[in-house]
Design a protein. Sequence first.
Length: 281
Amino acid sequence: MFQLQPLQLTIKHGEFITVVGRIGSGKSSLLSAICGEMPLASGGGCVYGSIGYVSQKPWIMNATFRDNVLFGNAYDKQKYSRVIAACALVSDIEQLPAKDATEIGPKGVNLSGGQKARLALARAIYNNANIYILDDILSAVDAHVERHLIEHVLAGNGILRDKTRILVTHAEHVVPLSNCTFRLNDGQVSISHQDAIEFHSIVTDRASSSNGISGDGASGGLQSNNANATTPECANGAFTIAPEFDVPQFSHGMLWKYLRFCGFGLIALMLAIEAGQCATK
């Protein structure tokens, strides 16, 4: 079982914290500990305020796009529009057949990874929590969308500027924008404080250097996982795509392995029982 080493953390209201470290260093475990979802071996901790958590694998409801954002909260048109714009979802919604009344399918099957991440982020922001814990959300999007999210959500002038933000990231260029950085190595946390600098003084247009690199953009509409997906149908604002899943093909070699594993005696007995049942009929 992975264990974080003893540490003492104090995060002030409104701070922007970046959490960095190699894979398996304990970044997600630290987030779980802050959320109170990791067993406490010793000591104690306290979190003041509500938490909005966006995981690496967002959970998406089989409902409309808007319902996934609202998540049971009342619809406020102005607030909703601000959140959608901040999360770079305007173009995506415009390309949907029924706009945000489109049903997006179970587990977001018709959305790309980047669209799922931004939809989950929009849901958390709309819920208006005090603390936002974001587990590597920037890795699911390309450079264009990353820049948009940094400027309009995370940085000093973003929509979450008055909220506490804790971001796990592998993007080192985001670190100077934060007030404090937690660097993890095998469960040990080293803390460095810095004066957060303005977004436009550190983030250059990385789009020019990302030409030829495929990724999730700010648009693109619904993504189909199968080129042979059924033709979409739209009626009364309901829209979903039911992908056709491939039927697994078994080779003769694989069938022979199954026969050897089950044993020929057992197979002969099963065939005899089946033959007896057919004879009685």
